[in-house]
Each structure stands twice: as C-alpha cells, then as structure tokens.
Design a protein around this ligand. Structure first.
Ligand code: FAD
Length: 419
C-alpha cells in the first residue's frame, strides 16, 4: 500500500500548482493523471502562448451559481502573485489586450515553472495512471475525520487522508477531458450544477444562416449582449454585454465577442449584436440619402465592412437601389437592424471546440476558504468547480487561486489508518 499525505488527481493547471505548493509546505504528495503528458490544456492555450492570467482579474469576471464563492481564493492568490512566480523563473511575457498576459516564447514556459515547483516540493508523479475506484474507509464511527480514501489504480492501491480532485471540465475530450470529477462528486453525495460548453462558437440553422455563410472569415468589432429586445428591466440588469471582435464562420459566429457571450447564453434565447458600435447609423444613412446617388450597399460599405454591407443588402430587395431613392423608413429600419441584430443560435460547437465548461461541482457543497467539500478530506479545485472565468486569462487565475487556497489548507502528517 502506498501512503501519502495527499493525492491529487489531474495534473493540469490546478493540480500541478496545488501539488507544488503542498509539497513545498512539507506534505508527501502524489499527483496522478491518466494522460501521458501533463497540462495539455496549458500547452494549447492562448494559441500556444498561454494567456496565464489577467492583470485586472476580479470576482466580477467569473460566473457561477454563487458569484461570491470565488472571492476569498482570488483575494489570497492574485495575478501579481503568479506574475512574481513566473518572474522568479525568468519567464518573459507581455500584455496583449485588456490586461491579458501571454508568454513571449511558449506555453511550455508555464508548464516548466509548474514542474520545477513540483520538483522543489518532492512531488511524486504517476502518468499515465488510471483510477479505477475510490472508496472511503471510516476507521472510527465517532470521528468522521478519522478516515482515509483508498484509491484503486492501474499502478496499485494508494491510501490517503486527503484527496484533491483537479480533473477539469469536459471541453476538448480528445486531449483527455473526462467527467471524472463530476462522477466522484456524485459518488460522495455532492450536488452538481448542470455542465454546459462555454467560451464556444455559436451555430445557426442552415437556412437562416445561408445569406451569412459567405461572410466566413470576416471579423469586425461589435457590441454583443444576451437577452431579447423586449426583456424586462430586471432581465436586462442580468444581461451580459461585451465589446469585442466578432468572426463570421461557415456555421455561425465566433471570435472573442461570441465566445464571451456564449458563457451566458441559454438554449432558445436570442443574442443581440450591434454591428456598428459607436456609429450613428440613422444619421449617417439619412445624410448620405440627401447628397449621394450611390447604391445603398456602397454607402453602407463606408460604415461597416463592405462584405457585410453587400451580404446584408443582397438579402433584402428593398435595399437594392441608389440611396437617394430609398425611403427614410427603409433606411431607418436598415440602421436599426444593423445596430440591433437579434438572432437565436440553434446551439454551439460543443465540447470539442469549447474552451471551458460552465457548471460543475456545486459551490454550496464546498468551502470557499479551503475548497474542501462537505465530505471531509475531499477537495475540488480548478475548472471542475462551478466557477468559470471570462475569456482572457481568468480561467487560469481561478486554477492558480483555488489550488493555492486548497494547498494552504491541506495538513501534513495526518495519520493514515490502515483499513
Ligand atoms: C483551446 C483552449 C485554450 C485555452 N486558453 C486559455 C487561456 O489562454 N487562458 C485561460 O485562462 N484559460 C484558457 N483555457 C481554459 C483553461 O485551459 C482551463 O480553464 C484550465 O486548464 C483548467 O485547469 P484545471 O487544472 O482545472 O483543468 P485541466 O487543465 O483541464 O487539467 C485537468 C487534468 O485532469 C486530467 N484528467 C481528466 N480526467 C482524468 C481522469 N479520469 N483520471 C486522471 N486524470 C484525469 C487531464 O488529463 C488533465 O491533465 C483554454 C482552454 C482550451 C480548451
């Protein structure tokens, strides 16, 4: 039987970081992963450069059933702390956009830092290692804490008083994502918030999308929000809004604006897009009408990208004429539709394209201070928890912060009771 102070399952961002911190606090740590390589998601993140944090990360940048849950951990391990860690290891990085920090060289730099921190903490790593079963062994009926977890793996039996689940969410199954964390949560009677794909491109019905499919590859800055135009003031208060770039695809919409809004979007709901934010379209079109003989499509092309102007006008016979011949009403309707394009996605590209999973282990069953669940000795950290960051380095910051909170709370030298 192998005994450890703590066993961490999942050697991704959160698991590696937690292992390193706990090891350096003097705990005997075993970190195991079913994949041959650690941290595959870090490797592919940020286009291979890993957007490892966001300088301005704050609780408002996170979603979850309890939006306050992330506060404590985020305040105790901040973006500055992770920046200092990278600086200590000589990793060079730069700010790209809205506080997003990327490695200058490669995401491998972040992985190497985490591996070096694990090595400094004497962390034992087993990969690939399949966990077949986990059972709790109660040694004393009077004391619920006098217990251990027995883990049956393809590398043998392991026993530990503290078990950390860091197996992430469901996105990108082909690089090792599984529902393991959710299954363990259920096994130990914890609640789950229904998981769904997020930070993901949205798709539309083929017929509805046909006029726009030709725009695939076109990117433009937009304002996007959730919720219908006729939403109540209360619903509007809850609506999310982002100012980012949108990208047309063959099947629908992508780009940072859409990835951001996808985390808030619910099936059946519309999204609303302002395709010319900051432009007074009604005024511009009416002014053009009074002094121009150009086609509407040509005038419009000075206000939005010309491919978009062409496709939009082609879809509506009323607009295929010189602007001076158009009625004010037709131009005002055109302006309104472009500034408030309301459309209902039929779905998303799903977990194979999603960057994260919204939902997960219900935070009502976890301590926000330690990440320990109501099942003593069982912890959940990182994306498996119902805390999801916006696009822009926030998800890694949650991985570091939740891992740190957990690692600080783990105990060294708890007696492992022989069952
Ligand atoms: C394409 C892409 C790009 C991204 N870019 C960014 C970015 O730039 N910035 C950002 O902040 N976030 C980004 N993210 C999100 C970020 O990668 C995740 O939120 C983060 O990795 C979550 O950390 P984690 O440790 O909880 O889970 P992961 O990093 O997913 O680690 C989970 C680990 O558990 C292992 N595992 C799973 N199931 C089992 C099992 N049954 N047994 C044993 N081990 C198991 C996996 O192999 C994996 O190593 C990106 C995600 C994707 C998919």
């Amino acid at each position: 039987m192998n005994n450890y102070d703590v066993v961490i399952i999942g050697a991704g961002a959160a698991g590696l970081f937690c292992a390193g911190v706990a090891g350096q606090r003097g705990l005997k740590v075993l970190l195991l992963d079913h994949s041959e390589k650690v941290a595959e998601k870090i490797r592919i993140s940020g286009g291979g450069r890993c957007n490892f944090t966001n300088r301005d990360a704050a609780p408002a940048n996170f979603l979850g059933d309890n939006p306050h849950f992330c506060r404590s951990a985020l305040s105790r391990y901040t973006p500055r702390d992770f920046i200092e860690l990278l600086q200590k290891h000589g990793v060079l990085f730069h700010e790209k956009h809205k506080g997003q920090l990327f490695c200058d060289r490669s995401a491998e730099d972040v992985i190497n830092v985490l591996l070096a921190e694990c090595a400094a903490g004497g962390v034992i790593r087993w990969q690939p290692c399949q966990v077949k079963n986990i059972v709790k062994i109660d040694a004393s009926p009077e004391d619920s804490r006098a217990q251990s977890y027995r883990i049956e793996s393809d590398r043998g039996l392991i026993e530990t008083p503290q078990l950390v689940i860091a197996t992430g969410g469901l996105s990108i199954p082909k690089i090792g994502a599984t529902d393991f964390g959710y299954r363990i949560a259920r096994q130990f009677g914890l609640r789950l918030v229904e998981p769904r794909a997020a930070l993901v491109p949205l798709t539309f019905d083929g017929d509805d999308w046909a006029p726009f499919a030709q725009l695939a590859g076109l990117a433009l800055p937009v304002r996007v929000e959730t919720g219908a135009a006729n939403a109540s003031p209360k619903q509007r208060k809850k609506a999310a809004t982002f100012h980012e770039d949108l990208l047309f695809t063959h099947r629908g919409l992508s780009g940072p604006a859409i990835l951001q809004i996808s985390s808030f979007w619910r099936e059946g709901q519309p999204i609303r897009v302002d395709l010319a934010p900051g432009t007074d379209l009604p005024q511009q079109l009416l002014r053009a009408k009074s002094g121009s003989k150009k086609l509407i499509a040509n005038e419009l092309a000075s206000l939005v990208p010309s491919r978009l102007a062409d496709a939009w006008v082609q879809a509506d016979p009323v607009l295929q004429k010189p602007i001076c011949d158009a009625t004010d009403k037709a131009l005002l309707t055109l302006a309104e539709r472009l500034a408030d394009w309301q459309l209902v996605p039929n779905g998303s590209e799903g977990y194979k394209k999603a960057e994260v999973t919204v939902g997960g282990v219900d935070t009502r069953d976890l301590s926000s201070q330690t990440m320990e669940s109501k099942q003593p000795g069982l912890y959940f950290i990182g994306e498996v928890v119902d805390v999801t960051g916006w696009l822009g380095g926030y998800n890694f910051q949650w991985a570091w912060a939740s891992a740190f909170a957990c690692a600080q709370a783990l105990n060294a030298n708890l007696t492992v009771l022989e069952g």
